[in-house]
Design a binder for this molecule. Structure first.
Ligand code: SF4
Length: 88
């Protein structure tokens, strides 16, 4: 279903409608500007389309980033890392 042309276009439109603040955001990779229905704030540069939940998302993803990177690394290198980190 995600391969349907309509879905592909939705994804492109979703990205293209982001304000520059989102496109250059350090956590854009995780947040992606969130849902378009919540994008009704104005950025500091007076650009429309910033997500109402931006401050919360930014705070959450900054906090969670090192933990997500740790988990991704563990998944990429199972189970030796777990065994060496936790003496069972
Ligand atoms: S955290 Fe805020 S600035 Fe960054 S991508 Fe999400 S909505 Fe945009």
């Amino acid at each position: 279903m995600a391969q349907l042309p309509e879905q592909q276009q939705f994804g492109r439109d979703k990205y293209n409608s982001l304000p520059m603040q989102c496109k250059t955001c350090e956590v854009q990779k995780y947040c992606r500007g969130e849902c378009p229905k919540n994008r009704f704030l104005t950025t500091a540069d007076n650009e429309h389309g910033l997500n109402y939940l931006c401050a919360g998302y930014k705070r959450f993803f900054r906090h969670a980033k090192p933990y997500m990177q740790f988990m991704a690394n563990e998944i990429a290198h199972p189970p030796a890392n777990v065994m060496s980190r936790y003496k069972i």
